[in-house]
Design a binder for this molecule. Structure first.
Ligand SMILES: Nc1nc2c(ncn2[C@@H]2O[C@H](COP(=O)(O)OP(=O)(O)O)[C@@H](O)[C@H]2O)c(=O)[nH]1
Ligand SMILES: [Mg+2]
Length: 194
C-alpha cells in the first residue's frame, strides 16, 4: 500500500489534487483511500467523489476523516484491513509538516507500506516572496518537502510566480519543483506517484 502525504495551506488545492490523482488511479483500476486531517468541514462528500467518476467507498474508493488527535496509525491499519487500497492519500491540516509526518509513519514500522515523497502545495498568488514574511510552519514545510508544487500559477502575475519560485528554491534547493497548471498533465501525475 503506497501512502502519499499532501500538505499546504487551506485553499492551496490539496483536495482538488487528491481527487485528480484518485480519479487517475481509479481509472487505471486501482483502489484509493483518503485520510483527511480535518479541522472544519469535509470536502470529500460522496457527491463530489461520484461526480468525478470515483466510485464511493463500498466499491472503489474510501475516505476517512480524522480529527487532529486521532491516531493516523489506526486509520492506516483500518483502511488496510477493511479496504486494502493500492494507494492512500493523507491530506494534512495546514500547520502539519508533511516530511515530519512521513518520518512518524516510517517509525511505526507498519508492514507493506511504502511512503511516497512528502509533497506540499503552494497557492502562487497568496505566497510571500521574502523568507522573513513566511509563517514559521510554512517555511519549515518548504524546507522539508521532497516535492513542492507551485499551484494556480495561471491566476498569478508572471513576475510574482518567478519570485515565489526563487524563494522556494533558495529555501529548499533539493526538492523537486513543479508548477501548475501543468500539474494536471499525465507525466506529472506519474512523477508524483512513483
Ligand atoms: N485555478 C485553479 N484553481 C484551483 C486549482 N486547484 C484548486 N483550485 C481551486 O482552489 C480552491 C481550493 O481548493 P481545495 O482543493 O479545496 O484546497 P485545499 O483547501 O488545499 O484542499 C477551490 O475552489 C478549487 O476549485 C488549480 O490548479 N487552478
Ligand atoms: Mg481540502
Amino acid at each position: 500500500m503506497k501512502v502519499s502525504i499532501i500538505g499546504g495551506a487551506i485553499g492551496s488545492g490539496k483536495t482538488t489534487m487528491i481527487l485528480d490523482l484518485a480519479k487517475y488511479l481509479t481509472e487505471k483500476g486501482e483502489k484509493v483511500g483518503v485520510i483527511v486531517q480535518e479541522t472544519g468541514e469535509l470536502d470529500y462528500d460522496e457527491k463530489t467523489l461520484s461526480e468525478l467518476g470515483i466510485r464511493t467507498k463500498e466499491v472503489n474508493s474510501v475516505c476517512i476523516p480524522c480529527s487532529l488527535d486521532t491516531d493516523i496509525r489506526s486509520d492506516l491499519l483500518t483502511l488496510k484491513e477493511e479496504f486494502n487500497p493500492d494507494t492512500v492519500f493523507i491530506e494534512t491540516e495546514e500547520t502539519v509538516l508533511p516530511h515530519k509526518l512521513k518520518i512518524d509513519i516510517e517509525r511505526m514500522e507498519l508492514s507493506e507500506i511504502e511512503l511516497l515523497p512528502a509533497l506540499i502545495l503552494i497557492n502562487s498568488s497568496e505566497f510571500e516572496t521574502k523568507a522573513d514574511q513566511l509563517i514559521e510552519y510554512t517555511k519549515k514545510q518548504v524546507e522539508g518537502a521532497e516535492i513542492i508544487c507551485i499551484n494556480m500559477t495561471e491566476k498569478d502575475r508572471t513576475e510574482h510566480v518567478a519570485d515565489v519560485k526563487k524563494l522556494v528554491s533558495e529555501l529548499n534547493p533539493t526538492a523537486k519543483l513543479l508548477e501548475g497548471p501543468k500539474l494536471r498533465e499525465e507525466a506529472f501525475l506519474k512523477m508524483l506517484l512513483v
